[in-house]
Design a protein around this ligand. Structure first.
Ligand code: AMP
Length: 398
């Protein structure tokens, strides 16, 4: 799937037009009811600014959480409208009116350069059903559709796919950049290309590993899933997390890697705990001497060094899954050392995917040093699994 040739907002004339802009404002909120991380909003500002500078009228659509077609005030986008107003230093109209009854009056009053944000689109059950009539109502609010919500583009929803079939549909800047980076890594990665896979389970990663394997030069397997590989090689893994039904899968991947001349790298040492708890006693042991009752909870220092050397020589890196139980302070050293090594390799294209990996990278303060951090995971993983992204496929080609 090469989506890098999609038309962007710069390829069409938006002056004096009403633009329906799909953003991903599904931001995390803290217990205090305030936005905990504004990154997703901040990254969309470039497209919004471009549109208003070019005298378009901007009507923004987003979802927040999973209200499942019911109006849930705690999932309102009103706090996002307030934040946007501050960030842009402009008055943003927040529109609560039901768009199924026709365009709310406040939308009709908008002038060129004005911005409105509609209430959480998933308050309408028709959104996730990709209801045709609903998509028509949404489309009737504007003359052009711009999608800047890459993270939701694997969903065939009305505000993603339905409207794109009705209006001229193009990418925003954020979407364009994400597509260019991810498609370049998929179609013409600079070599060496290193894939680092960790996390709890092989099952979640298998499609991506299989799809990327023939493109990789080095496949690094760590985290909980490494223990199924080590077990398949005949090592004793104590009580470490392990998927008995995936031994065949692990063996197949190792055989395929050998056939394709891909170097496969597993941990040579591990930080093991007596119990699976944050404050358990722990020690460093070789992968060939994991004690019977112990749990492998992180990579050891020798493995860290091996990974650092591999990362230092890489030109493209895809990292999905923490290499240890990074949520616990004693077992995050390995994950942070991977993050630091990627951050230090300035010349490399680094793509970090998956919710937990993104959280680890934020926690270690490495996010700004990565080329691309995908917080959602869904859409970028789908792309790496070679699945079609209906929301992107629906956009016009150049
Ligand atoms: P995933 O969503 O598959 O990327 O898995 C992320 C989870 O894997 C995180 O919550 C980590 O705590 C967990 N994880 C990483 N290494 C290990 C390990 N050695 N044992 C158990 N869980 C692990």
């Amino acid at each position: 799937m090469d989506y890098s040739g999609k038309k962007s907002v710069e390829d069409i004339d938006v002056c004096g037009k009403r633009v329906l802009l799909r953003c991903d404002f599904n931001v995390p909120f803290g217990a205090d009811g305030k936005i905990a991380d504004t990154t997703r909003i901040d990254t969309s500002l470039r497209t919004i600014r471009y549109l208003i500078k070019n005298r378009a009228t901007v009507i923004i659509v987003s979802h927040r959480g999973r209200p499942k077609g019911v109006c849930r005030p705690e999932l309102s986008l009103e706090p996002v409208a307030a934040y946007l107003s501050r960030a842009l230093n402009l008055d943003i109209k927040f529109v609560r009116g039901d768009i199924r009854d026709g365009a709310p009056e406040s939308l009709n009053q908008l002038k060129n350069g004005d911005i409105a944000l509609l209430e959480n689109i998933r308050f309408y059950k028709e959104e996730e059903q990709n209801d045709r009539e609903f998509a028509k109502k949404l489309a009737s609010l504007a003359q052009i559709y711009v999608n800047d919500a890459f993270g939701t583009s694997h969903r065939a929803h009305a505000s993603i796919v339905g409207v794109a079939a009705i209006l001229p549909a193009v990418c925003g800047f954020l979407m364009k950049r994400e597509l260019e980076i991810l498609c370049r890594a998929l179609t013409a990665p600079e070599r060496p290309f290193v894939g680092i896979f960790g996390g709890a389970k092989i099952s979640d990663k298998i499609d991506v590993i299989n799809n990327l394997l023939e493109k990789l030069d080095v496949l690094v397997i760590a985290g909980g899933m490494a223990y199924t590989f080590l077990n398949a090689l005949g090592y004793s893994i104590g009580q470490s997390i392990f998927e008995a039904d995936k031994i065949g899968v692990a063996t197949d991947i190792m055989a395929k890697a050998k056939d394709l001349d891909v170097r496969i790298v597993l941990p040579v040492d591990n930080v093991v705990g007596r119990e699976f708890t944050a404050d358990t006693d722990f020690e460093v042991v070789g992968s060939d001497s994991i004690p019977d009752g112990c749990f492998g909870l992180d990579i050891g220092p020798k493995t860290e060094q091996v990974f650092r050397d591999i990362i230092a020589g890489a030109r493209t890196i895809f990292w999905n899954g923490p290499v240890g139980v990074f949520e616990w302070a004693h077992f995050r050293h390995g994950t942070f050392s991977v993050g630091a090594a990627i951050a230090a390799n300035r010349g490399t294209m680094s793509i970090v995917g998956g919710g937990d990996t993104a959280a680890a990278v934020q926690m270690g303060n490495f996010a700004n040093s990565m080329t691309y951090v995908s917080t959602g995971g869904g859409a970028s993983l789908a792309l790496f699994e070679r699945k079609d992204l209906p929301g992107v496929a629906a956009l016009a080609d150049n």
